[in-house]
Design a protein around this ligand. Structure first.
Ligand code: NAD
Ligand code: UDP
Ligand code: UDP
Length: 316
């Protein structure tokens, strides 16, 4: 059994990670400031003898004793991370410094939840880990993109300078139960709109693509990365390489939910990437992993969750 710290553990991905770590028999400390996370996401864990919740903001130092750290604290959806952009950069940068300082003192292995956004609006497709990206340093997405890029820099400098045992994963769009119903992301927006019988909002002409990974597939590869051989630092792309246009996604959601929703077209947000698809050859080779859950199966699970949420059977 390891004493494992999950920052951002009350969020969408963090709460699924806490579930998995407890199932695997670890002692889990969840740290979260509840900016976008929810107590409901971890309510079912509060009575677990090996689960502990601490309200704390990772931009402030944290002194605890741990063996492993999953650094997931950071708002992930554009609506949330643009709400207080200065705090977003602080969370990525100061949060990384504090968690790396903690890992240095405790000799813990530390994994960073980085993002496909480090590639920005890419000129190469699909994106391999060697690609350095094309990121606007002064735009609305920069607080997130540049914050995450700086966090990667810090991870690699602590590794080189202090010999820290680091792991970096670059997560591509992930969806599933416990996504926020109003975080403005495409999967949650389309499902909630379809369930309410409202129009489905396509930004731009809907020809832009994304690759959507179901949360269970993603948690599996994160665990594999944390347990990977010493010296394999990444960065490693994790996500589902099957690419869909936003029009195709809307069609699948309408087909699975049923109902009468129509498509409406809205302006494309600035700096919205045209295409995004991970090259996951490295994850396949080093971690023996590839996603298993199809878009339809993953959407069915997610739709079932949102149906309960809208009926008030589960709280957000
Ligand atoms: P989320 O918003 O559901 O979770 C983030 C969690 O971090 C929330 O519980 C929030 O309250 C907490 N948090 C934010 N700022 C904090 C701070 N200063 N101190 C302590 N806690 C703080 O988002 P998510 O989708 O679960 O994303 C988790 C991580 O994965 C993030 O680092 C995100 O950048 C990364 N990621 C997610 C995706 C995705 O598709 N979901 C894609 C790429 C990267
Ligand atoms: N830190 C922390 N917990 C620890 C150890 C360090 O939060 O257990 C923070 C502390 O705020 C420190 C930062 O991590 O400033 C970076 O630590 P490091 O040892 O790299 O640098 P220094 O202590 O010299 O600033
Ligand atoms: N999008 C859309 N309708 C919506 C929400 C988003 O067409 O109601 C588009 C958005 O412009 C982007 C894609 O869907 O091209 C994915 O958006 P999301 O915010 O989910 O993720 P990200 O842009 O961070 O990949």
């Amino acid at each position: 059994m390891n004493k494992v710290l999950v920052t951002g553990g009350a969020g969408f991905l963090g709460s699924h990670l806490c579930d998995r770590l407890l199932r695997d028999g670890h002692d889990v400390l969840c740290v979260d400031n509840f900016f976008t996370g929810s107590k409901q996401n971890i309510a079912h864990l509060l009575d677990h003898p090996y689960f502990e919740m601490m309200r704390h903001d990772v931009t402030f130092p944290l002194y605890v004793e741990v063996d492993r750290i999953f650094n997931f604290a950071c708002p992930a959806s554009p609506v949330h991370y643009q709400h207080d952009p200065v705090q977003t950069t602080k969370t990525s940068v100061h949060g990384a410094i504090n968690m790396l300082g903690l890992a240095k003192r405790t000799h813990a292995r530390i994994l960073q939840a980085s993002t496909s956004e480090v590639y920005g609006d890419p000129e190469v497709h699909p994106q391999r880990e060697e690609y350095w990206g094309r990121v606007n340093p002064i735009g609305f997405r920069s607080c997130y993109d540049e914050g995450k890029r700086c966090a990667e820099t810090l991870f690699f400098d602590y590794h080189r300078q202090h010999n820290l045992d680091i792991k970096v994963v670059r997560i591509f769009n992930t969806y599933g139960p416990r996504m926020h119903p109003n975080d403005g992301r495409v999967v949650s927006n389309f499902i909630v709109q379809a369930l309410r019988g409202e129009d489905i909002t396509i930004y731009g002409d809907g020809s832009q693509t994304r690759s959507f990974c179901y949360v269970d597939d993603l948690i599996e590869v994160i665990i594999r990365m944390m347990n990977s051989e010493a010296g394999f630092t990444g960065p490693v792309n994790i996500g589902n390489p099957v690419e869909h246009t936003m029009l195709q996604l809307a069609e699948r959601v309408i087909a699975l939910v049923g109902g009468t929703s129509k498509l409406v077209f809205r302006p494309l947000p600035s700096d919205d990437p045209r295409q995004r698809q991970p090259d996951i050859a490295l994850a396949k080779e080093k971690l023996g992993w590839e996603p298993r859950v199809s878009l339809d199966d993953g959407l069915r699970e997610t739709i079932a969750y949102f149906r309960k949420l809208l009926k008030g059977e589960v709280a957000a």
